[in-house]
Design a protein around this ligand. Structure first.
Ligand SMILES: Nc1nc2c(ncn2[C@@H]2O[C@H](COP(=O)(O)OP(=O)(O)OP(=O)(O)O)[C@@H](O)[C@H]2O)c(=O)[nH]1
Ligand SMILES: [Mg+2]
Length: 253
């Protein structure tokens, strides 16, 4: 059998499950650290429940993903996860999910591992959202998940400091209302309202375009070009204000 015949014969086994996301559908990839409970405890002990150094690694990894060949409008990171919103008109790799999932998981794992100095692996999944309101719901979902996890994590680690076992602490937190959790922390000197916003709401990363003046020596004239830079927002707003921010970031066409 000639090579081109063998190629045709074998290729179909590789691509039979290829799936291309329909045009105009919003795509959001979410990457999540694999086994980061162990990594943040045993391999690289980080401060509990939040460590700025760990968060910075997640931000740097998110920035890298926004610069690795896709048209990504917005990255959102909290805990060990990163969500990436693609431009609606993204056409890279004919919108094949296997390409997005494998490349992003690979890029995130490689970048994070280099920054960390040991292995840190990410999985990746993609949500396909048919309209803009669902994109807003998606980011509200992750933001509210961050807030709930933050309150729970502060309570959990306080209880562990007070010599409760992991199961006792977990069950105790599960049985408390939100106001009881706030009160529980307040009695122990933590005002949850005063904690840094990035710990409660996560961090948003998006592009800002600005004009730069420079001298073009060839024509001896000042010229203005448009450039872009990444904004790291560690004080994301909530509710309507968050939707307004997202509306500014996501083009309507
Ligand atoms: N110490 C510390 N741990 C963190 C920090 N941010 C995230 N983590 C930990 O990262 C883990 C993220 O949770 P999960 O993704 O559910 O747990 P996982 O072990 O990664 O499990 P899989 O994702 O299913 O592989 C939690 O255990 C958090 O405690 C941090 O700033 N400091
Ligand atoms: Mg994880």
């Amino acid at each position: 059998m000639r090579l081109n015949e063998l190629d045709a014969k074998m290729r179909c086994f590789e691509i039979s499950n290829d799936f291309e996301i329909l045009p105009e559908i919003y795509m959001i990839a979410r990457l999540d650290g694999r086994g980061f409970t162990k990594l943040t405890k045993e391999i690289h002990p980080y401060k509990k429940p939040f460590d700025l150094e760990f968060s910075n690694l997640m931000v740097e990894t998110s920035k890298h993903l926004m610069n690795c060949g896709f048209h990504i409008l917005y990255a959102y990171t909290q805990s060990d996860e990163i969500s990436l919103l693609f431009h609606k008109k993204e056409t890279a790799f004919s919108r094949k999910t296997r390409k997005y999932i494998s490349i992003l998981a690979g890029e995130a794992s490689a970048k994070f591992s280099l920054l960390l100095g040991s292995t840190g692996v990410f999985d990746c999944r993609i949500s396909q959202l048919p309209h803009r309101e669902l994109v807003m719901d998606y980011f509200r979902w992750r933001s509210e998940d961050a807030l709930r996890n933050s309150l729970n994590a502060y309570c959990y680690w306080k209880l562990r400091e007070e010599n409760k076992t992991a199961t006792q602490a977990f069950d105790f937190v599960k049985g408390m209302s939100i106001s009881n959790k706030n009160e529980f922390l307040f009695k122990r000197g933590i005002n949850f309202n005063d904690l840094p916003l990035w710990q409660k709401r996560g961090i948003g990363i998006y592009w800002k375009t600005f004009e730069k003046k420079w001298i073009n020596k060839d024509i001896s004239k000042e010229v203005i070009t448009k450039q872009r830079e990444l904004i790291i927002n560690q004080e994301l707003p909530m509710k309507e204000k968050y939707f307004n921010l997202l509306n500014d970031i996501i083009p309507f066409t």
